[in-house]
Design a protein around this ligand. Sequence first.
Ligand code: THU
Length: 160
Amino acid sequence: MKKITIHTEFSVFESINELDQQTHDLMLKAIEIRKKAYAPYSKFRVGAAVLLDNGEIILGNNQESAAYPSGLCAERVAVFQAGSLYPDAKILKIAISATSDIHPTQKPTPPCGACRQSISEYEQKQTTPIEIYFMGETGEIYKSDSLENLLPLSFDKDFL
Ligand code: THU
């Protein structure tokens, strides 16, 4: 028997003011679109802003359904829209902000497992890393230099 160790690392920014200008502006867009989430059931709003290498910014927020599993997370709304509009563009970075209407949170809120898997597909397709920045309503921002940090040992097309 042997063990393998996987190293994963995040940068922590104290607030959006510590981000570079481009990322700061992207996060502001994530915050704005978060407020328009359709989340009547969970009251938990998430906004995502995707920056492409052609300069386009694609936004998404979570869309819920009375048939709960039919809803979709903000991150996938945004990356699927980016993929459908600009199939040849690369995703450079994604900014995410999430909070509850009931218990506003300052905890950096990472993308769920299903969103990690979906973002991973794009990272593998484009063969360049995607920076992921995530935060709560306010407070610290975590940055991952690539999606791989958030989803080590991911399942991908090479296993098919
Ligand atoms: N949600 C997201 O939009 N992104 C995530 O990564 C986690 C969860 C949404 C789905 C649902 O509308 C609400 O947050 C509560 O789970």
